[in-house]
Ligand binder design. Structure first.
Ligand SMILES: C[S@@+](CC[C@H](N)C(=O)[O-])C[C@H]1O[C@@H](n2cnc3c(N)ncnc32)[C@H](O)[C@@H]1O
Length: 620
């Protein structure tokens, strides 16, 4: 039986408790919550002196514990749990914070301080709601604390030592466990008993309710049901607003002292001056994140440019002062950049210094098999600059290469992206890293085993060709691209057995005949061009195709209403500023394909950022 209906509704979600505490596990299981236990690896090393209040420290520790688990699970599974719960319990005497004793002497010191006196037990709790979109983890953190006053009897030294030798104090904040032998030390408890055990269940349920079904200010049931309303007052558990937790706001009405509690949704407040209740809008967490998003990108770009991740690869942690001279930067600037990277989950920070996260080791070092370093460099040096002209691009509907280069830009590839061998190689590195990662599910999206030869038109470094060859060992793939690209493609040739299946051919798909094949592939080609040029490319392919030939399109597919495919819609803006092309929906592609005899279109929405469509050439 589940008394709190919110807990009942959480049964359909993946809930994770980021704590190894058997007591917390028991309290939450007894409440009917179903969850996995993934103990946090966050080290409880926050500087207590940096917090104005002890409960501020407990809440922050709880939050960091939960976020560490959310990030880890997201990185591991590329899918976050729905909710991660973190908690941290501390015992305080005045401003002194007592955590777990480090040894028996420490336990004795703590317990004798508590003897005959009243102390506070605070548990900070963080409820982290996770949203994975486009492989990005988005979190909404709601946090609160509960305080319980506990009074100990006068305790003799003998009694304390006897208790300490029982072994019970060692893993418990303040050195005692109220639910077991330690209960004998306690004379009085004022407040939530379970909070002292380690988890304030009652307050947790209230917080869940505020998160998932915030009461409307004019709802009469609000007054009748202080904490647990009847089931029918619950709305859908899906997000009720785009705003995040409301910081520094007290619970409406009852307990204003718990000012840090995060509250999603509007809460009534007194309008200044006239005492009229008004509704405060939810705190715009996501909006602020959007406003500040460019800072995040640039911090990552800068760390890559300085080769911070290369420096830390597979090595011992290093301090900012050691890293700064090696990357030719100031210590104060380096420290801030490293802290920012740690906060973004790109680095780990410990007492020994900074080290790479697993993701940084795989994706952000410059020489890894799955490195995105080239894509980061291109984003920082080309895309970033073009986006500074987004307003003009939007006003004029044109790409901004002229603004960037300060001269008349002709063909986007031949005159702009390939204006120098360095620029060309930079673009190719960017494409290679991104395509190798994002096109890996493409070969298995459809059964292509009936085809014996493929031509990857505009195949660049052969990143997709390598994947196709791996999946279909009998397939021969020709990578067709401009001569200047083919010239540099050797930098990217695979060493494995697929190498023999892949050959490279130079040419211009607007002018030259394409190599023969029974499957033509266009990966991130059509999005570079406006419809007129797309028809030229498709016309040229159709000319070479016999009935039954296949055409595999690999692109970011937009949803038909152009509402949801956030990464694709951003990419469509990107195509506007960079090439004048666009991303399209499946039906827009169908309309382009049909006049060229490509029918029976199948669509596969793949994991990652690219999708695929397979069309068959029918008899004219
Ligand atoms: C956006 S990239 C895509 C590369 C590759 N298909 C991938 O997904 O990684 C566009 C490719 O089209 C090639 N390209 C552009 N214009 C071309 C032309 N006229 N003839 C042949 N290839 C061309 C470029 O050199 C580049 O490799």
């Amino acid at each position: 039986m589940v008394l709190c209906p919110v807990i009942g509704k959480l049964l359909h979600k993946r809930v994770v408790l980021a704590s190894a505490s058997p007591r917390r596990r028991e309290i939450l299981s007894n409440a009917g919550l179903r969850f996995e236990v993934v103990p946090s690896r966050f080290k409880e090393t926050l500087d207590k002196a940096a917090f104005a209040t002890p409960y501020g420290y407990a809440m922050e520790t709880a939050k960091q514990k939960a976020l560490e688990v959310a990030n880890r699970l997201h990185q591991k599974d590329m899918r976050a749990p729905d909710v991660v719960i973190g908690a941290d319990t501390i015992v305080t005497m005045g401003r002194l914070i007592l955590e777990k004793p480090v040894d028996k002497q420490d336990a004795y010191r703590m317990l004798s301080q508590l003897s005959g006196r009243e102390h506070s037990v605070f548990t900070g709790v963080a409820i982290v709601q996770c949203y994975s979109q486009d492989n990005q983890l988005d979190t909404r953190v709601s946090e609160f604390y509960e305080e319980t006053m506990v009074k100990f009897s006068e305790l003799s030294a003998d009694l304390l030592w006897e208790y300490i030798h029982s072994g019970e104090p060692m893993d418990k904040a303040g050195g005692y466990g109220i639910q077991a032998l330690g209960g004998m030390l306690v004379e009085a408890v004022h407040g939530d008993f379970l909070n002292v055990v380690g988890f304030p269940l009652n307050r947790f349920c209230k917080q869940l309710m505020q998160l998932y079904c915030p009461p409307r200010p004019d709802d009469p049931r609000r007054a009748e049901h202080d904490s647990i309303p009847a089931v029918d007052t619950f709305e859908d558990l899906s997000d009720v607003d785009e705003g995040g937790p409301e910081p520094a706001r007290g619970d409406a009405g009852s307990r204003p002292q718990k000012a840090e509690a995060g509250v999603a949704g509007a809460a009534p407040a007194e309008a200044e001056g006239n005492g009229t209740p008004e509704t405060l809008p939810p705190f715009p967490t996501r909006l602020l994140k959007l406003i500040n998003g460019f800072k995040t990108s640039k911090a990552l770009f800068t760390a890559c440019k300085l080769k911070v991740f290369d420096l830390l690869k597979d090595g011992a942690p290093q301090k900012a002062a050691d890293i700064a001279p090696k990357v030719d930067a100031s210590v104060c600037g380096t420290e801030r950049l490293l802290d920012a990277c740690a906060a973004l989950g790109l680095l780990e920070k410990s007492e020994q210094g900074y080290s790479n996260t697993e993701a940084a080791d795989v994706y952000l070092v410059s020489d890894g098999a799955y490195s995105l370093h080239g894509y980061v460099a291109y984003s920082s040096e080309v895309t970033w600059n073009l986006f500074t002209h987004l307003e003009v691009a939007v006003r004029d509907g044109t790409n901004q290469n002229v603004s960037l280069l300060g001269e008349t830009a002709g063909d986007v590839f031949q005159d702009v992206l390939y204006r120098s061998p360095e620029a060309r190689l930079q673009f190719m590195r960017a494409m290679h890293g991104l395509t190798k990662l994002s096109a890996r599910h493409v070969p298995a999206a459809f059964d292509l085993s009936g085809f014996s030869s493929a031509c990857d038109v505009g195949g660049c470094t052969g990143a997709l060709a390598q994947e196709l060859a791996r999946e279909y060992p009998r397939l021969q793939v020709t990578v067709f691209d401009l001569p200047e690209v083919i010239e540099l493609a050797a930098h990217f040739r695979p060493a494995g057995p697929q190498a023999a299946q892949i050959r490279f051919a130079a040419g211009d798909f607007f002018r030259d005949p394409l190599p023969p094949a029974d499957l033509y592939v266009l990966c991130q080609i059509l999005h570079d061009w406006a419809d007129e040029k797309v028809h030229q490319i498709l016309g040229s392919i159709a000319q070479r195709c016999k009935p039954g030939a296949g055409l595999l399109l690999v692109e970011m597919l937009l949803d038909e209403e152009k509402r949801e495919a956030r990464v694709g819609l951003m990419q469509s803006l990107n195509m506007l500023v960079q090439t004048g092309g666009r991303e399209r929906s499946p039906s827009e592609y169908r309309r382009l394909l049909e006049p060229h005899g490509f029918r029976q279109v199948q669509v596969a929405h793949l994991r990652g950022i690219l999708d695929a469509m397979l069309a068959t050439r029918v008899a004219p």
